[in-house]
Design a binder for this molecule. Structure first.
Ligand SMILES: Nc1nc2c(ncn2[C@@H]2O[C@H](COP(=O)(O)OP(=O)(O)OP(=O)(O)O)[C@@H](O)[C@H]2O)c(=O)[nH]1
Length: 801
């Protein structure tokens, strides 16, 4: 049955949602934790689909791409909407877990208000989970400990890791219920003990729709004991945040943990979750259909509506943004101002280019005139649709807080990922009634694009295919800005760069099979960069036509996360170039300090856009050692620049500034350049008996720096989280009846956890080597850490490659 038919009779989302009943959430986790499996069950139990699909059979709703179906992994995030608890609307984005697709996660969490983090109960808190947790630090979260049916599942061990690694207190909403039947060798995970509602919930293993709910206060002694201790811990933790709860507990409930009513507890958990004081934790086994309905309740009960979500950060620190119960994030106190962020672009075979947007403020109508505050261009909004994975429902309006899609050629030509769109909520052509200085220039802070670390050479098979290859590459990078295309004028080669080997493999598949590019694709290479070691002298152009422009190039710290602490002067503005950690720095203009004094025909934004483009092009042309693109550099423009007053076309600014930046770079002596290579964080878990050979291989052949070897999966012993290690020790946690087996390899040897840093160059095709060293019993996870300078010996071997 087609998805369209499955959904044909279901509820439409064209009506205005009640903001307080809306939840925009993402499902995030390490690869294979069970995100798609859990999403599929949510769709089923919400009544959105009538049959459950499975990842392993390739028939889930959210993994609809052919490559997702055949590989059983999520590659792109997919959005679905459904209802729960009668009239709450949940807009959910299922994100990929593989590190190569991390940009999909970054751009999704940017527009979401809350997250469900799925953890594999056997693997615990894995490396990519830590990463996506940090990437979504603005969002309140709940955790779902999945795969409780697997032998070795450790609910309590995972909760402990969660507290200590993520530095969060937890609120256990439910805990696992195991039953030991005579025929079973190990206890069977059968359901949960609901600590809030004081119920025992058991799922029928044969019938996914049958649930048995009983009163936990009259259950067996062991359950009663766990209920009491679980509630005690929950109330004590919440009491640290919510005085009212403690007051009720002492005065009304007479100090009896079982007498605090569920509604009061839920309210308290909600408040503490929204304040990020606690993370509610639930458990289940989605594949066995256990625990999903309580998770849906928790999404509604504890995660924020758009009225409680953190406000969007904009480029105008003084522009007032506040929450309005009807309009969402009200900006500049203007009820007519509609502001949206484009966070994703895809090409649909039938509808063409589709731009996913989140409406932050106001109401968006199909056919309205809109303004792209990143490009400074006006355009018409075409059709609007709401996504249900790859099925789309046409609507005439997108309301505040909603996630929807813009379709049509004008949108395709005018909007890219990360752009802020502004329009008037009521008038079709109402841009003129908006404040041109603040409202039409408001930009929601950009979506950070991680740097590509691997490249392949792409060549057209015949010269006649060159144009179609370029078009196809354009489509690819437009959909996925974490892919990057560069052209080497000297060798005539086109390079496609991405986040990892799998990322490029999928890109190659798309290029050839979906975009029909007739191309030859070379083998995967590491992407090297160059940087400069000191500031260049200033370079000036002063022309008769009326141009004056002075630039210099400065080196920046190599690691992006240290950039925030770089002392930035209040006399300048930093514009990220969106690639290779490069920036344009504009000194405040000495003359044109306010909009009124601006004497040129061309807008300030158009000048900035031209300077950004020329900086990107010039820095991408590369350094003097091997013409690798320049990384961690800033182009600084002095605040005394001027242009001919009647200039209308930014192309001239672009041409002149590019020439100037290139001259500045060419004046840097060769010994001031260094080559950079990507370095990866490596997390490995191996049976103890294989540890020696794995470490020997890492240090002997791969230049790895071993950071730690632990028995547990790396809870840092640093001062920072001693407080949380203590909290983890004090937290009530039920016994883990099958956990001992979790730390045992198949031959009974215990597992070791290794953390290391290693140059990417030495890790190409590591998967096969690792598999043979551990006979498939270990696992490893690699994540981009940053760029490091290479020494002389290493440089000559890189250059000889
Ligand atoms: N035993 C068991 N297996 C599960 C459970 N949930 C998911 N799985 C299996 O785990 C594997 C990964 O499941 P997915 O749902 O694709 O995981 P994911 O997190 O969406 O994976 P990516 O999106 O590719 O990162 C599949 O083989 C599932 O059948 C569970 O509760 N128990």
């Amino acid at each position: 049955m087609s998805i369209a038919r499955l959904w044909g009779s279901l509820r439409s989302y064209a009506t205005k949602p009640e903001l307080r009943k809306l939840r925009n959430i993402g499902i995030i986790a390490h690869i294979d934790a069970g995100k798609t499996t859990t999403t599929e069950r949510m769709l089923y139990y919400s009544g959105k689909i009538s049959r459950i699909g499975n990842v392993d059979q390739g028939d889930t709703i959210t993994d609809f791409l052919p490559q997702e179906k055949s590989r059983g992994i999520t590659i792109q995030s997919a959005a679905v909407s459904f209802n729960w608890q009668k009239d709450h609307q949940i807009n959910l984005i299922d994100t990929p877990g593989h590190a190569d697709f991390t940009f999909e996660v970054i751009r999704s969490v940017k527009v979401l208000d809350g997250c469900v983090t799925i953890l594999d109960a056997v693997a615990g808190v894995e490396a990519q989970t830590e990463k996506v947790w940090k990437q979504s630090q603005r969002s309140p979260k709940i955790c779902f400990i999945n795969k409780m049916d697997r032998v070795g599942a450790g609910f309590s061990r995972t909760v402990k890791e969660l507290i200590a690694k993520m530095n969060t207190r937890v609120a256990l909403i439910n805990i696992p219920l195991f039953v030991q039947e005579p025929q079973d060798q190990v206890p069977r995970f059968a359901g949960v003990i609901d600590l809030v509602n004081m119920k025992v919930i058991e799922w029928d293993p044969e019938d996914c729709d049958k649930i048995n709910v009983t009163d936990a206060t009259t259950a067996g002694a062991e359950i009663q004991e766990q209920l009491l201790r679980g509630r005690e811990s929950l109330i004590e933790t919440l009491g640290e945040y919510d005085e009212n709860l403690i007051e009720f507990f002492l005065e009304e409930a007479n100090g009896d943990y079982l007498k605090v009513p569920p509604e009061l507890l839920n309210g308290s958990i909600r408040k503490a979750t929204l304040a990020k004081f606690v993370t509610p934790v639930l458990c289940g086994a989605s594949f066995r259909n256990i625990g999903v309905q309580p998770l849906l309740d928790a999404i509604v009960n504890y995660l924020p509506s758009p009225l409680e979500a953190s406000l969007p950060e904009t480029n105008h620190p003084t522009l007032p943004v506040k929450l309005d119960p009807k309009l969402g994030a009200l900006m500049n106190n203007n009820k007519n101002l509609c502001v949206l962020l484009a966070f994703k672009v895809i090409t649909d075979p039938i509808r063409g280019i589709m731009v996913f947007v989140r409406v932050y403020s106001g109401t968006l109508h199909a056919g309205n005139t809109a303004f792209n505050s990143n490009t400074g261009k006006k355009f018409k909004i075409g059709k609007l649709v709401i996504p249900h994975a790859n099925v789309y429902e046409e609507v005439s309006t997108l309301y505040p807080g909603q996630i929807g899609i813009l379709v049509g050629t004008t949108v395709a030509e005018n909007v890219s990922t990360g752009d802020t769109i502004v329009t008037h909520s009521l008038k079709k052509d109402g841009l003129r009634s908006l404040d041109s200085k603040r409202e039409l220039t408001v930009k929601i802070n950009p979506i950070a694009i991680p740097p590509p670390v691997f490249s392949v050479c792409v060549e057209p098979r015949t010269l006649g295919n060159k144009k179609s290859m370029e078009d196809a590459l354009g489509t690819l990078t437009r959909e996925d800005p974490s892919l990057h295309v560069s052209f080497d004028e000297e060798t005539g080669q086109t390079l496609l760069s991405g986040m990892g080997e799998l990322h490029l493999e999928i890109a190659k598949y798309k290029l050839v099979n979906e975009l029909n590019a007739d191309v030859e694709i070379g083998k995967v290479m590491v992407s090297y960069k160059e940087t400069i070691d000191g500031k260049t002298p200033e370079e000036t152009i002063s022309s008769d036509a009326g141009y004056q422009l002075t630039v210099s190039i400065l080196p920046l710290p190599l690691h992006e996360d240290t950039l925030d602490v770089v002392a930035r002067s209040i006399h300048e503005t930093w514009y990220p170039l969106g690639i290779d950690n490069n920036y344009l720095i504009m000194e405040n203009h000495r003359k044109y300090t306010t909009e009124e004094l601006w004497p040129f025909q061309i807008s300030f934004q158009a000048v900035i856009n031209a300077l950004i483009s020329s900086s990107i092009v010039a820095l991408q042309k590369g350094g003097k050692i091997a013409r690798y693109p320049l990384h961690s550099c800033a182009v600084k423009v002095k605040g005394d620049w001027t242009l001919p007053p009647d200039i209308e076309n930014p192309a001239e600014v672009l041409k002149l500034s590019r020439k100037l930046i290139l001259t500045a770079i060419s004046n840097i002596p060769q010994d001031q350049f260094s080559v950079l290579e990507p370095v990866m964080d490596l997390d490995i878990s191996v049976p103890q008996k294989d540890m020696g050979s794995v470490i020997q291989d890492l240090t002997g052949s791969r230049n790895a720096n071993i950071l730690s070897i632990d028995d547990e999966s790396g809870i840092d012993n640093n001062d920072q989280n001693i407080e949380f290690q203590k909290i983890a020790q004090e937290q009530f946690l039920p016994p883990d009846p099958t956990v001992k087996l979790a730390n045992l390899g198949s031959e009974g040897s215990s597992m070791k956890f290794i953390k290391a840093q290693v140059p990417l160059r030495d890790m190409v095709s590591y998967t096969n080597r690792f598999r043979s060293l551990t006979q498939g019993r270990g696992s490893f996870h690699m994540n981009y850490s940053g760029m490091d300078k290479v020494n002389k010996d290493r440089l000559s071997s890189i250059l000889n490659e």
